[in-house]
Ligand binder design. Structure first.
Ligand code: UD1
Ligand code: MG
Length: 481
C-alpha cells in the first residue's frame, strides 16, 4: 500500500448518489455547548431557512443512503429526541448521550460504544459530521465515501479547505501538516506554534474512517493538549503510526462554515437563502428583487411564477406554476395553485389551500381554509376555518367569526355566492349556492341557495328632516344673542 497522501480537489460536479444502502455509518456530533450562542436553545436546534441545523445535516446525510445514523447529544438535547425521530420516519436514528463534553474524539467514541452496546451494526466505513455545519452537501459526503471505498485497506479521509481569510493566522481551525505530499497530522490552533499557525490548509472537521476496529484507533487518543480534550483530529497522527493511509479532500470553505455565534448563524442564513433563491430561479421562477425574498428549505415554487419584492415564505409552502405573489405577503403552511394572485400585503396561514386563478388581495388573512377556483377575496378580510366554493366574491371587510372564546367553528360559502362588504359570518354557518348577503350584515343563520339575506337595521328616511333640524337650531341660537 502506498503511504502517499492523495490530495483530491473537490470539484462540484453532480455525484452519483446511489439508491442501494451504502456500507457506511454516519455519526453526527451535536453535543457541543454552544456557549457563544447565548441561548437556552441548544446550538444545533437553531434554524437556518426555517429548519434546525441538525435536521439540515440529517437531510443531506440521508441522501447518501447510510446504513444508520448516530447522533451524539448532550443532556439538554434529550428533550428534542422525540421531535427529531418524528421528523425522520424514513431512517432509524440512534442517540448516544455524551454527558461530559470531553472533546470530539470522546464524542465519536460515545457513538461507537452506543452502537456496539445496542447491537447496531457499525458499517465498514464511518463518516463523522458536525451538527453545526449545515452547508455541507451530500455530494461532498459521497466523495468522502468514494475515496474511502477506493482504497482496499483501512484508511482515513480528511476534509480540508484553504483558509482565505486575511488574518488566517489567527483563525481557530486545526492546521493540516503536510510534508512531501503526505498528511502527517492535524494540529489544533490552541496547540499550534507560529509556523503551524501560518499554514493555510485547515481542517474542516469532517473525517471518514474505514477501519475494522475503529474503537481501537479512538482509544489511542489522549487529552494531553492545551484544551485537555480528546481531539478526534489526533487520529491522523495515530493512523500514520499504524501505516494507515490518510487522504485529503479539499472543498470550498463555504461548505465548511460552522455556527458558533448569532452573527455566524445570520451569515449562514444569508448564504442558504442565496442558494435557495438561485435554485428556484434556475428552475424558472422570477424574483423581482431576490435579496428581499425569504424562503424556507422546503419551499416549492413552480416555473413561471413571479415573486415580487419583500415576500416571506415560511415552512411547508407549495406554490404551483404561473402564480403571482405580490409584495409584503407572508405565507406559511399553504398550497397555492396555478394562476392564483396573492397580495400585496396578504397573510396566508397554515392549512390553507388557494385554488386555481383565485385572487387574494391586500390586508386579507386566511387560516385553515380552502378557497376554490376563481374566487375573490380582495380587501381587508379575515377568513378562518372556512370552505369557500368556486367563483365566490367576498366583499371588503368580511369577517368569519370562527371563535366564541372557547371553541372554533367553520363557515361554508357555496359556489357563486356574493358576500356584501363589512359582513360578519358567525360560524357555524352555511351560505348556499348563488346566495347574496347584503353589505353590513351579521349572519348567524344558514342562508339558502339563491336567497338574499340582509341582517342589519332598516334604514329610515325623514324627507326634509335635515332642513327642519337645522332651521330649529338657527332660530334658537339667534334668540339667545
Ligand atoms: C474542530 C476541529 C478542528 C477543525 C474545526 C472545524 C477537533 C479537535 N477540532 O474544532 O480541527 O478545524 O472543528 O470547524 O475536532 N462536539 C461534541 N462533543 C464534544 C465536543 C464537540 O459533540 O465533546 C461537537 C460540537 O457540538 C460540534 C463539533 O463536535 O458540532 C465540533 O466541535 P467544536 O468544539 O466546534 O470544535 P472546533 O473547536 O471548532
Ligand atoms: Mg466549531
Amino acid at each position: 500500500m502506498s503511504l502517499q497522501t492523495s490530495i483530491i480537489k473537490n470539484i462540484h460536479n453532480q455525484s452519483n448518489i446511489v439508491e442501494a444502502k451504502n456500507d457506511i455509518s454516519i455519526i453526527i456530533l451535536a453535543a457541543g455547548k454552544g456557549t457563544r450562542m447565548k441561548s437556552n436553545l441548544p446550538k444545533v436546534m437553531h434554524q437556518v431557512a426555517g429548519r434546525p441545523m441538525l435536521q439540515i445535516v440529517i437531510d443531506e446525510a440521508k441522501k447518501i443512503n447510510p446504513q444508520n445514523i448516530a447522533i451524539v447529544i448532550s443532556a439538554e438535547m434529550q428533550q428534542y429526541q422525540d421531535e427529531i425521530i418524528k421528523n425522520n420516519p424514513d431512517i432509524k436514528l440512534n442517540f448516544a448521550l455524551q454527558l461530559e463534553r470531553k472533546g470530539t474524539g470522546d464524542a465519536v467514541k460515545m457513538a461507537l460504544q452506543f452502537l456496539q452496546q445496542t447491537k447496531i451494526n457499525i458499517a465498514k466505513k464511518i463518516l463523522i459530521l458536525y451538527g453545526d455545519t449545515p452547508l455541507l452537501t451530500a455530494s461532498t459526503m459521497e466523495k468522502i465515501n468514494n475515496q474511502l471505498e477506493a482504497i482496499d485497506e483501512n484508511n482515513l479521509v480528511v476534509l480540508g479547505f484553504e483558509n482565505q481569510q486575511k488574518d488566517y493566522q489567527q483563525s481557530p481551525y486545526g492546521r493540516l501538516v503536510i510534508t512531501n505530499n503526505k498528511l502527517l497530522k492535524i494540529v489544533e490552533f490552541k496547540d499550534a506554534n507560529d509556523e503551524e499557525k501560518s499554514i493555510k490548509l485547515c481542517n474542516g472537521g469532517i473525517i471518514g474512517i474505514k477501519n475494522n476496529k475503529p474503537l481501537e484507533l479512538l482509544n489511542k487518543i489522549n487529552n494531553q493538549n492545551a484544551s485537555q480534550e480528546f481531539y478526534l483530529t489526533d487520529i491522523v497522527a495515530i493512523a500514520n503510526k499504524s501505516d494507515i493511509h490518510c487522504s485529503l479532500i479539499i472543498t470550498s470553505p463555504l461548505e465548511l462554515l460552522g455556527v458558533n455565534s448569532k452573527n455566524e448563524l445570520a451569515e449562514i442564513e444569508k448564504i442558504k437563502q442565496e442558494q435557495l433563491r438561485k435554485k428556484l430561479m434556475e428552475s424558472g421562477v422570477t424574483m423581482l428583487d431576490p435579496s428581499t425574498i425569504y424562503l424556507s428549505c422546503d419551499t416549492k415554487i413552480g416555473a413561471g411564477s413571479i415573486i415580487h419584492q419583500n415576500v416571506v415564505i415560511g415552512n411547508n409552502v407549495e406554490i404551483e406554476e404561473e402564480v403571482e405573489i405580490k409584495s409584503f405577503s407572508h405565507l406559511e403552511g399553504c398550497k397555492i395553485k396555478s394562476n392564483a394572485v396573492i397580495g400585496p400585503f396578504a397573510r396566508i396561514r397554515p392549512q390553507t389551500e388557494i385554488a386555481e386563478s383565485a385572487r387574494i388581495g391586500n390586508f386579507v388573512e386566511i387560516k385553515n381554509s380552502k378557497i376554490q377556483a376563481l374566487s375573490k377575496i380582495n380587501h381587508l378580510s379575515y377568513i378562518g376555518d372556512s370552505h369557500i366554493g368556486e367563483n365566490v366574491n367576498i366583499g371588503a371587510g368580511t369577517i368569519t367569526c370562527n371563535y366564541n372564546g372557547f371553541e372554533k367553528f367553520s363557515t361554508t360559502i357555496e359556489n357563486n355566492a356574493f358576500i356584501g362588504s363589512n359582513s360578519c359570518l358567525v360560524a357555524p354557518v352555511n351560505i348556499g349556492n348563488n346566495a347574496i348577503i347584503g353589505a353590513g350584515s351579521v349572519i348567524n343563520k344558514n342562508v339558502k341557495a339563491n336567497s338574499i339575506a340582509i341582517a342589519r337595521s332598516r334604514q329610515e328616511e325623514v324627507e326634509n328632516g335635515a332642513t327642519k333640524f337645522k332651521q330649529k337650531y338657527t332660530k334658537t341660537n339667534n334668540s339667545k344673542k
